[in-house]
Design a protein around this ligand. Structure first.
Ligand SMILES: [Zn+2]
Ligand SMILES: [Zn+2]
Length: 196
């Protein structure tokens, strides 16, 4: 499908301004809100699957044009697609085309969380808060993950033989060595926690 006129004009204009030959622009529609895109430098194409949200179409197209204008650097055999060079261009394009910083942070940051770090470095409005907010969320998630869950509630250990081993009959934990010797002398209590 032919790209809409605004998209073709946008790509041609940006490439002309940068002195870069324009890509072949491929365009198709999807019945969803968000758009997605892919840039293939070797094939010379920028392909956009356009969702229904106009702003997202524009942001996605500009994102891909930024890839086209700023080929990803390779470092130790790895290609960095969304590094600082990329975002220096992408964020400038978004701003030049009137996409509010808050929208950029929400959309770009939602897809590529690392974008928030670059947005902060490049001084987008609200990036500092968005970056801190995400860090807090990650910390909170890690904290919740680390909190131990009780697998078996606290109980009095009841030793039973299991072949050549001794186990606690309540939770099944194998009891060995000094702990076994101690539990044989006097009763003890168990609680089984899981982390992770
Ligand atoms: Zn990208
Ligand atoms: Zn037990």
């Amino acid at each position: 499908m032919a790209a809409p006129a605004w998209a073709a004009a946008l790509v041609d204009g940006l490439c002309a301004a940068a002195g870069v030959p324009p890509p072949i622009l491929r365009w198709r529609h999807a019945r969803r809100n968000a758009s997605s895109g892919v840039t293939r430098l070797e094939a010379g194409t920028v392909a956009v699957t356009a969702g229904t949200d106009a702003l997202d179409q524009q942001l996605t197209l500009l994102h891909e044009v930024a890839h086209w204008l700023a080929p990803s650097p390779r470092h130790r055999g790895r290609t960095t697609h969304h590094g600082s060079d990329f975002y220096a261009i992408a964020f400038r394009l978004y701003r030049d085309h009137g996409i509010p910083d808050a929208e950029v942070l929400a959309r770009e940051g939602g897809r590529y969380p690392a974008a928030l770090r670059h947005a902060r470095t490049l001084g987008l409005e609200g990036a500092e808060e968005a970056w801190h907010g995400r860090r807090e969320a990650l910390r909170e998630r890690a904290r919740v993950r680390r909190a131990p869950r009780v697998l078996v509630a606290e109980h009095r250990v009841r030793l039973v033989r299991d072949g050549r081993w001794t186990r606690c009959a309540v939770c099944g934990v194998r009891v060995v060595g000094p702990t076994l010797a101690r539990l044989r002398r006097r009763s003890g209590r168990h609680i089984v926690l899981a982390t992770g």
